[in-house]
Ligand binder design. Structure first.
Ligand SMILES: [Zn+2]
Length: 307
């Protein structure tokens, strides 16, 4: 293999940033249509250390919305994506964890960034809780129904909003104090699957959001390096079709709006009054009981591979 295989990336990022990137480790949680693409995109941009976490196998209906092919049907998504990463990036080291994040919380202990590519809002709240505890930055993406658009946000623990603050603003009504004043999280307004995209969009609409998530992940990884870019907000809302992001204002196809969501001091998860209590009262089990079907201990495959 030619020694200058990273030449084109090095020209864009610079040798210093690229070398730094090669020392970073990223966890991608959820390897569906978005997560698989994000993992590949990062691997092809110089990220070389991955932890992949997903419990599912490739099914026939996945293939038109996934980096996997029909040859991969029945194989775990972590195995397929791990293999694809290592075909494109010969320097890559991938730890493939088959299962749910709840059962593999330690797998993200030594990563520099979490890419949250699960599609259930409940699962995102679980990951938010974990990332706050472990002091990990995370990039979240959501795709709107029928792929009409989507949003991507970077969440830094106790520096700006946590995902719960963020969602209570951007997904208004998803979290609110319960009527009896007990201030428990209420997921009643999320659909039965806990997903935003009940009717999934075409892959090309999903990957526009995923490409943005990957790029924002890359940019967050290289903070402090010469190639880092300052972004105009902590959240970007992408239009694939024409959508109304702001009331009375049409956002045209292929355009985007930037917003900055502030931290909510009264947040039940990261707010100052609740910061210490949060870990105790908002246990993962309690948070996940409605949204997440905890299945029996999955067959777990952990493969450490090195090329
Ligand atoms: Zn918060």
């Amino acid at each position: 293999m030619s020694s200058n295989k990273w030449d084109r990336v090095e020209r864009l990022l610079g040798v210093e940033t690229l070398n730094f990137l090669k020392t970073r480790k990223v966890a991608v949680i959820g390897l569906g249509s978005g997560g698989g693409f994000v993992a590949m995109g990062l691997a092809m941009s110089g990220v070389s250390n991955f932890v992949l976490i997903d419990e599912d196998v490739i099914e026939a209906h996945n293939v038109v919305r996934h980096v996997a092919s029909y040859h991969d049907i029945g194989r775990p998504k972590v195995e397929v994506v791990s293999e694809l990463i290592q075909k494109q990036n010969l320097d890559a080291t991938v730890k493939a964890v088959r299962g749910r994040i709840e059962q593999h919380q330690d797998a993200i202990d030594d990563v520099d960034l979490v890419v949250c590519a699960v599609d259930g809002e409940g699962a995102k709240f679980l990951i938010n809780d974990l990332c706050l505890k472990k002091n990990l930055k995370a990039i979240y993406a959501g795709v709107y129904e029928r792929g009409e658009g989507g949003d991507v946000t970077v969440i830094k623990p106790y520096d700006g909003p946590c995902y719960a603050c963020w969602a209570s603003t951007l997904r208004e009504g998803y979290i609110h104090p319960s009527p009896d004043g007990s201030n428990e999280l209420d997921y009643g307004l999320i659909n039965d699957q806990g997903t935003l995209d009940a009717e999934p969009g075409l892959w090309l609409h999903v990957v526009r959001v995923a490409a943005t998530q990957a790029d924002m992940a890359l940019n967050t990884l290289i903070e402090g390096m010469p190639a880092h870019r300052a972004l105009p907000g902590n959240t970007v809302i992408l239009a694939n079709g024409e959508i109304e992001v702001f009331q009375g204002h049409r956002t045209l196809p292929y355009s985007a709006e930037w917003v900055t969501i502030e931290r909510n001091p009264a947040c039940l998860v990261c707010g100052s009054k609740h910061m210490e209590a949060a870990v105790e009262t908002l246990s993962l089990d309690a948070l996940g009981s409605d949204m997440i079907t905890l299945e029996d201990e999955d067959e777990v495959e952990e493969n450490d591979r090195r090329n």
